[in-house]
Design a protein around this ligand. Structure first.
Ligand SMILES: [Mg+2]
Length: 230
């Protein structure tokens, strides 16, 4: 007997190789804006600084302490400032980032094989934290659109995982019931804790050696392992 009737996937770092794609986008911006010529000698340091500034800003955005526009510009103005670049480059940087980041199309290993396998068996959906315009473009440019019946983006839902409201919104949109639904995701808090609160079973796609405060229903290290039990 098939236990699940709907499979929900997180997007970034679950199907979409966010770290590789993000690095390539930031590298392209680093080159296009001539940052090496402005004295930012080391790209890796620049990228690390960007990540360390972006993460707490996203946490503030999640708590609705700052707006999307503020987040988008501040992550670049603060990074550039850390390298002594203060002139009005950040806004251009931010809009180029929005334009370029969905152009990157690297998927995590086994994504297409898994989706080809699951597609005839289950209705598949995406539930992702992010900006509408970026997430939808990523999905279509990666050729993932055809696999998914519904794509739920936090900006459209008005709440971010693990907030139960985004899961309620997803159930309403898809007609799925929590008990018959499975969520696959990489983030212990947003995905695993979020899905637990929503009453769904969960698959945690974990990095080697990674630990989590939340005990998932299933744990895997590679997407292809899902084919063993779905
Ligand atoms: Mg993720």
């Amino acid at each position: 007997m098939q236990k699940y009737r709907h499979i929900f996937f997180d997007l970034d770092r679950t199907l979409y190789d966010f770290d590789r794609n993000n690095r390539e986008t930031i590298y392209q911006l680093y080159c296009d804006f001539g940052l090496a010529e402005m004295g930012v000698a080391d790209f890796d340091t620049f990228h690390k600084t960007y990540k360390s500034i972006n993460l707490p800003l996203w946490e503030r955005y999640k708590k609705q302490e700052i707006t999307k526009k503020y987040l988008n510009v501040a992550r670049f103005s603060d990074t550039l400032k850390a390298f002594g670049i203060n002139h009005g480059l950040a806004e251009k940087f931010a809009s180029e980032y929005i334009r370029l980041s969905p152009m990157q199309v690297h998927l995590l290993p086994g994504t297409k094989e898994l989706l080809d396998y699951l597609f005839p068996k289950y209705p598949l959906h995406i539930i992702t934290n992010g900006f509408d315009e970026i997430q939808f473009l990523k999905i279509s440019r990666c050729g993932l659109e055809k696999y998914f019946q519904h794509v739920i983006v936090s900006e459209d839902a008005g709440a971010q995982k693990p907030d139960p409201r985004i899961f309620d919104y997803a159930f309403e949109k898809t007609g799925a019931l929590p008990k018959e639904s499975l969520l696959v995701g990489d983030d212990p808090q947003s995905d695993i804790f979020g899905a637990q609160q929503a009453g769904m079973d969960q698959v945690w796609l974990a990095q080697p050696g990674e630990t989590s405060a939340y005990e998932p229903t299933y744990q895997i290290g590679q997407l292809k392992e899902l084919m063993d039990f779905l």
